[in-house]
Design a protein around this ligand. Structure first.
Ligand code: ADP
Length: 451
């Protein structure tokens, strides 16, 4: 137990002034700042006054406690007789408790002890025994002043405290004004931002409405186009078929004989009508596919059968001795959920193109199963397609300049139609090609059909 820095007794009113003065001196000696000195002095004199009022008198002891790196000033005020009335008799915390860090009222052997503590500034963190001795000597050396002196000091402190309160109030008023100003600014900014946001929102909404209207118009236009194509081609089919039939009748050996020139002209008419019928049929197919009027007939399809049939029907087309048509046998089990008719139509189209645009080498079709998808490829060693036209050949009526005219036939509708069908079957169609080397089309389809 470390010896107290100073002890003193409160027996009469005069002692209250002394204890107050001593409290301030101890606090100052331990490095507490002015405000804290007044706090300690006030708390101490108030506790002392209450003990005196309760008729007990008190013993005051000041300690400098060095605990765990943080030094504190501890003041024990011990009553000289049991206390039974007033605030000190109750368990409620005293109002002066807010002037110090901790204030505890306890009772031991019919005596009331009030223990107060206040943390000391870091400069007093390490209190050596020599330091304490020096403090004790200093404090005992100070002569106690008279109550009048203490009253004067107290008055001075009160004036200073009042001054400080006033300046704090002024500062508060200034801060409030500033805050109000800032608030007004923030509100104005907020209002402006809200307005801008509202304006932008209105713009976006209008834009969306316009966009919706435009896409509805686009949809309507596309539907009208498909309807027009379907109607026109449908209407054209009958007369064109009639022309072909009439041509056949004219050329028939049982009809009146024609001159050689007439036979040539009738053949020309029939040829042109047949081309026209091809175009009309292609247009009708494409219009149907685009208008969504083709509903795939989903079924379990054996690719080996499809490939076999194509091998049979296309052999007649591969007439050139310099071009070989190779249709590889797909590995077992070559099953896919799809529409057999539509799938055959796509592959026939690609094989047909391959044969049409290949003069030497081969046209090869093969099937490969990869990660739950069938990759059906049709490759040829033909003319190839320049890179900048790779997208264009999928446009309606587009033909690579010179290519089709050199080979006579074609409408430029085959590839857009084929790609449309592949999409309907839940897959995609891609192409790689190099002029002079050849072309490969890949149809990628999910084994399980519909997505
Ligand atoms: P069409 O064959 O009736 O002309 P497509 O839509 O099938 O119409 O093809 C469009 C064009 O793409 C063809 O005219 C041709 O120029 C080009 N093309 C298609 N397939 C091939 C191919 N295998 N090799 C080279 N060019 C091709």
């Amino acid at each position: 137990m470390i010896e107290p820095l100073l002890t003193m007794a409160i027996r009469e009113e005069h002692d209250i002034f002394v204890v107050r003065q001593r409290g301030r001196e101890v606090a100052a000696a331990l490095g507490l700042e002015h405000q804290d000195q007044i706090r300690i002095a006030t708390a101490l004199s108030e506790v002392g006054r209450q003990m005196l009022a309760a008729g007990a008198g008190a013993q005051v002891a000041f300690h400098a406690v060095d605990g765990g790196g943080a030094a504190t000033l501890r003041i024990d005020v011990r009553s000289l007789a049991p206390i039974t009335r007033g605030e000190l008799a109750s368990e409620n915390p005293l109002p002066v408790a807010r002037l110090v860090d901790t204030l505890v009222v306890s009772r031991a052997d019919a005596v009331t002890v009030v223990t107060m503590s206040r943390r000391l500034p870091p400069s007093a963190a390490r209190l050596t025994p020599e330091h304490r001795d020096a403090l004790r000597a200093e404090l005992t050396g100070i002569a106690p002043g008279s109550p009048l002196d203490e009253l004067a000091t107290q008055n001075e402190q009160l004036v200073a405290a009042l001054d400080e309160v006033r300046s704090q109030r002024d500062e508060l008023a200034r801060l409030n004004a500033e805050l109000q100003e800032t608030n007004r600014g923030v509100l104005a900014l907020y209002g402006q931002l809200s307005e801008e946001l509202e304006e932008t929102n209105r713009g976006v909404v209008a834009l969306y409405a316009e966009l919706d209207e435009k896409s509805a118009q686009l949809r309507a236009a596309s539907e009208a186009k498909s309807r027009f194509l379907a109607n026109v081609s449908h209407e054209l089919r009958a007369p064109v078929t009639a022309i072909i039939g009439l041509g056949r009748l004219l050329a028939d050996s049982s009809s009146d004989p024609l001159t050689t020139e007439q036979v040539r002209q009738v053949d020309l008419i029939r040829g042109s009508a047949a081309d026209l019928l091809g175009l009309v049929n292609d247009l009708l197919d494409l219009a149907k596919a685009e208008s969504g009027r083709i509903e795939p007939n989903w079924d379990e399809v054996d690719l080996r059968l499809v490939f076999g049939q194509l091998r049979g029907t296309l052999r007649a087309l591969a007439t050139s001795p310099d071009v070989e048509l190779v249709i590889e046998e797909p590995e077992r089990p070559a099953l896919i959920r799809s529409d057999e008719v539509l799938l055959s139509r796509v592959l026939r189209n690609l094989l047909h193109n391959g044969l049409k645009f290949t003069e030497r080498g081969e046209v090869r079709m093969r099937a490969r199963l990869e990660g739950g998808r069938w990759q059906l490829s049709v490759s040829d060693t033909g003319t190839g397609i320049p890179a900048e036209l790779h997208d264009r050949i999928f446009e309606e009526f587009y033909q690579v300049p010179g290519s089709a005219s050199a080979r006579g036939t074609g409408t430029g509708l085959g590839l857009p139609y084929a790609r449309r069908l592949v999409t309907l079957l839940g897959g995609s169609m891609t192409m790689t090609s190099e002029p002079g080397q050849g072309t490969t089309f890949i149809v990628d389809l999910p084994v399980r059909g519909e997505r």
